[in-house]
Ligand binder design. Structure first.
Ligand SMILES: NC(=O)c1ccc[n+]([C@@H]2O[C@H](COP(=O)([O-])OP(=O)(O)OC[C@H]3O[C@@H](n4cnc5c(N)ncnc54)[C@H](O)[C@@H]3O)[C@@H](O)[C@H]2O)c1
Length: 360
């Protein structure tokens, strides 16, 4: 186990590198390249200190380095906030060879990505995620977007960054509950493709979730590696990328039921437990593998159950989900750990039966 700097390549329709390490925020100029003159750093107040430090670091090299402080979390992902960023870019005469940096959690990298994709039909983008979820999921893969009053992520584009820089030192200030919620996606990568993640979590969950340890760096690298392999093969979500939705069909319905007040990973944890039960009922996943889900998610203090009476509402939401194709519900299930597949057109009684297994 190492804490040297690791670079993971995204290839295929787009290519760029995800750099993971400590102090790697120093590599931003390299990521921006030589042609950039002006830089806009989009960030939330929670990472204001990092944004100021970065601005100072970049000021010597670039003609102009501006900060756009945007509202926290989901409040950043609004068209008014994108317009605020476009206004700064317009007033400062940003051209096609200038750049946008997204510095923050997944909400900020989604917004900054959308702003970069749309300004002059696309300017250079460097993502610097500062949450676990941002590092292993939101900033990798080129999905950008904002919300509308009708729903989450309804407006956006596939727009690849020039680089993603995951500086683990930036996680020092991240609250513990955010770290653990982010680990739902890390564990997901373990379940669908990378059992070594599960081994590390089982060996010592405290070390694995402590951003200062080599174990933490290793699981982040492994999880980014899973996402990198999948999006390299399927940038536009035509097929393979669907496996990343493990636990997300029910998880999204729970997020909706909780009016998006729950952390994403908390809902996904219940969704994965459900998918595991469904995988067992569908015939292939062993009892031991289901128990492994239960043990690992519990060790991350993530929930596994949801009230019994909520099933009809959840089912109705899942049926409306944009990912349901031709009216058919689709779930990702495992035949064994590391072997995901699509389960479609399942009988409603089997879906309900699986829910009874996780109902509280
Ligand atoms: N584009 C994609 O492929 C993709 C994938 C998954 C999720 N997402 C999006 O990501 C968003 C969720 O991301 P998230 O979980 O990172 O939430 P978030 O961006 O809302 O950040 C969570 C909280 O942590 C704070 N924070 C961030 N970094 C911090 C730091 N270093 N120290 C202290 N506080 C810090 C934020 O200000 C916020 O309050 C959602 O909008 C979701 O739709 C996008």
């Amino acid at each position: 186990m190492t804490d040297a700097v690791t670079e993971i390549a995204i290839t295929g329709e787009t290519s760029y590198t995800v750099t993971i390490g400590r102090g790697v925020v120093d590599r931003v100029p390299e990521a921006l390249g030589d042609r950039v003159a002006k830089v806009l750093i989009v960030h939330t107040p929670t990472v204001g200190k990092f944004a100021n430090d970065l601005r100072e670091q970049l000021q010597e090299r670039y003609t102009q380095v501006l900060l756009a402080e945007v509202p926290d979390a989901e409040s950043a992902k609004r068209v008014e906030v994108a317009a605020f960023c476009w206004q700064i870019l317009g007033q400062s005469d940003f051209t096609r060879t200038d750049a946008v940096i997204g510095l923050g959690g997944g909400a900020v990298t989604d917004l900054a990505g959308f702003v970069a994709a749309t300004w002059l039909r696309g300017v250079r983008l460097v993502q610097i995620p500062t949450t676990v979820l941002g590092m292993v999921d939101a900033s990798v893969g080129g999905k950008t977007g904002i919300n509308t009053s009708e729903g989450k992520n309804l407006v956006g584009s596939f727009y690849a960054p020039a680089a993603v820089i995951c500086d683990l030192d930036l996680l020092q200030t991240l609250p513990r509950n955010e770290i653990l919620a982010g680990f739902a996606e890390v564990a997901k990568c373990g379940f669908i493709a990378e059992p070594e993640i599960l081994d590390i979590l089982e060996r010592d969950v405290d070390r694995a979730t402590d951003p200062t340890t080599p174990e933490f760096q290793r699981v982040v690298e492994l999880a980014v590696g899973v996402k990198a392999r999948v999006v390299s093969e399927d940038f536009r979500e035509g097929g393979l990328r669907e496996i990343l939705n493990y636990g997300h069909t029910l998880g999204h319905a729970i997020e909706h039921a909780e009016r998006y007040q729950w952390r994403h990973g908390v809902a996904i944890s219940i969704g994965m437990m459900y998918a595991a039960e469904l995988g067992r009922l569908a015939g292939a996943l062993s009892d031991e593998a289901v128990d492994r889900h239960r043990r690992i998610l519990t060790s991350l203090t993530l929930p596994l159950a949801y009230p019994a009476g909520r099933w009809p509402g959840l089912l109705a939401t899942m049926q409306r989900d944009k990912k349901a194709r031709a009216g058919m519900l689709r779930f990702i299930v495992l035949d064994e750990i590391g072997k995901p597949r699509v389960l479609a057109g399942v009988d409603e009684s089997m879906l309900q039966f699986a829910y009874q297994e996780i109902a509280s």
